[in-house]
Ligand binder design. Structure first.
Ligand SMILES: C[S@@+](CC[C@H](N)C(=O)[O-])C[C@H]1O[C@@H](n2cnc3c(N)ncnc32)[C@H](O)[C@@H]1O
Length: 218
């Protein structure tokens, strides 16, 4: 897709960044990304035969880590809209039939006609207008089994003006106005009002990043 769905969004990646996303993240985080993402995926508590839906799956870097916890019954479905991401994702899983990619917008209602043990969304939801985020939550809810787990890995709630000057200037430079809105909201309350119960939260990278683990109420 050449034109953006939400012109102000920072998660609809194009050009160089989408072609070299993993390398950009490694360099941009001064090498911290690799260790951090391994810890976050570990914290998902993946069981060997889990079926996992990855919303806005990107290059498949997270799916690769997740697939390491799965046996032959486990499955991962990655959804994304970027051709560059699709190419990289499929390259990672050429010989792994447990993992599939679907070109699917997650900001519109969709129905994959199956349900999952876990739905995961990593650094995508902050980049949508707030009303659109509710559609994403509904998609996650509808695709979860009863008592299944929904994980949001994204920015934590924090006051941008209280950040030290250097990280604040980087955050302001790389992020979009939707992200500035995202960090101000009470996500545990929002999840509650969409039928989820927050089970746990895990913090990383000086508590600027959080993994929210919510459960679909039984
Ligand atoms: C910042 S990247 C994060 C990728 C991956 N989740 C990760 O953590 O490495 C955002 C991803 O969301 C995808 N994306 C953006 N808008 C989308 C939409 N409306 N539907 C599906 N995917 C979308 C982009 O193509 C990109 O791969």
């Amino acid at each position: 897709m050449d034109t953006k769905i939400y012109p102000d969004s920072g998660v609809e990646l194009k050009g160089f960044v989408s072609k070299h996303y993993d390398a950009v993240m490694n360099v941009g985080t001064l090498g911290m990304y690799t260790g951090f993402i391994k810890r976050a995926v570990y914290d998902l508590g993946i069981r060997p035969d889990d079926r996992i839906l990855d919303l806005g799956c990107g290059t498949g870097r997270n799916a690769q880590l997740m697939s390491g916890y799965l046996n032959q019954k486990g499955r991962i479905t990655g959804l994304d809209i970027s051709k560059h991401m699709e190419r990289q994702f499929l390259r990672h899983f050429r010989d792994d039939k447990r993992v599939e990619f679907i070109n699917q917008r997650i900001d519109l209602p969709f129905n994959l006609k199956k349900t999952y043990d876990k739905v995961f969304i990593s650094f995508v939801i902050h980049g949508f207008p707030h009303d659109v985020r509710y559609t994403v939550l509904k998609n996650a809810y509808d695709h979860l089994k009863q008592a299944g787990s929904f994980f949001i890995l994204d920015y934590a709630e924090f006051d941008m003006e209280k950040m030290p000057a250097f990280p604040r200037s980087i955050f302001k430079l790389i992020e979009c106005r939707y992200a500035f809105d995202f960090i101000k909201r009470d996500w545990k309350e929002i999840l509650k009002s969409h039928g989820f119960e927050t089970v746990r939260e895990y913090f990383y990278l000086k508590r600027y990043v959080r993994l929210l683990h919510a459960e679909k109420r039984g």
